[in-house]
Structures are given as structure tokens and as C-alpha cells.
Design a protein around this ligand. Structure first.
Ligand code: FES
Length: 166
């Protein structure tokens, strides 16, 4: 079985259905340690992140030490072990954006969201991150919400921007 022939869990799956989904996948790959990354990718699609109990289940079914699974999930940046928000906000702190107020945007976002950089809001609506240059330096400061690039962001407008995603 390859990734393209596997169905991704619909978002409305219950916790029990998600678990059953992963068990089915693991049954197909039992004893195939070379499938680790592929399976972790599927677990993340189903859960939105890699819960530790799921990593433990993957390790058991692939006959791998948990430390190896945890090592892989923490090494690759495409994997996250923490629950993520519905929307990801990334403020650019590259040189141009930093000089033109990127830090002020971060400060205001932190106040509005009630979280620090790298954290997800309690309602799982937003994950707040920073990034280096996103290629919009001419119209700095810039930030992204999901795939949308917002240019010349005024910190005073941050509240209004967030409101569109509530
Ligand atoms: S430094 Fe922010 S877009 Fe280039």
C-alpha cells in the first residue's frame, strides 16, 4: 500500500474512529520498520500532530524502540508533537520586517492571542510562530496566516485581522 491509496481521516472522525483508522494502517505495515516516516505522516494527517500514545503504538507494531520513533518525529520539521491550531500565524522577523516593526506585530499578537511564540491558543484556533524572510521585503513588515501573505501590517490592525479568522 502506498500513501496515495490510503484514505485520510475526515476531520469529523471521533477519537475512537481515529484510533481504529491508525490500527488498520498499522496492521498493513506490521513488522515493516522502513515504513516509519510514511506511517507518522498518516498519523499526523489523522490527528493533526503526533500524540505520544500513537508514537508508542507505532513503535510496538513496527518492532522499533520508542526512542527511535520519538527521535524521527522530533528530527523532521514536518512533524509536530504538539496540537496545532486551526490557523497558523507566522510573523516575519527577517531583517527588513524586523527593522520596520515585526517585533511590534509579535508583541501585539501575543497580547491578543494570549500565547507566546511557538504556542497554540487554548481554543486551538491559532498557532503563533515566527519565520525568516518570506520574500515580501519590499512591503515589510509582513506576516502570513496559513497560505495568505499580509503585507505592510500595522500592529494596530492585528485585532481586525484576527477577527476575520474567528
Ligand atoms: S524580511 Fe520579511 S519578507 Fe523579507
Amino acid at each position: 500500500m502506498d500513501l496515495e491509496t490510503m484514505t485520510v481521516a475526515p476531520p469529523e472522525e471521533t477519537e475512537e474512529e481515529k484510533r481504529e483508522h491508525i490500527v488498520r494502517i498499522l496492521n498493513d505495515f506490521a513488522g515493516q520498520p522502513g515504513s516509519l516516516i510514511q506511517i507518522l505522516h498518516i498519523v499526523q494527517q489523522v490527528y493533526g500532530h503526533l500524540p505520544l500514545d500513537m508514537q508508542r503504538m507505532v513503535a510496538d507494531r513496527l518492532d522499533l524502540p520508542l526512542s527511535e520513533v520519538v527521535g524521527v518525529s522530533s528530527f523532521y520539521s514536518l512533524f509536530t508533537t504538539q496540537p496545532r491550531g486551526e490557523h497558523t500565524i507566522r510573523v516575519c522577523l527577517g531583517t527588513a520586517c524586523y527593522v520596520r516593526g515585526g517585533e511590534k506585530i509579535c508583541k501585539r499578537l501575543g497580547e491578543k492571542l494570549g500565547v507566546e511564540v511557538g504556542e497554540t491558543t487554548a481554543d486551538r484556533k491559532f498557532t503563533f510562530e515566527v519565520m525568516r524572510c518570506m520574500g515580501a521585503c519590499g512591503l515589510a513588515p509582513a506576516m502570513m496566516i496559513d497560505e495568505t501573505v499580509l503585507r505592510q501590517v500595522n500592529p494596530d490592525r492585528v485585532g481586525g485581522i484576527l477577527a476575520k479568522y474567528q
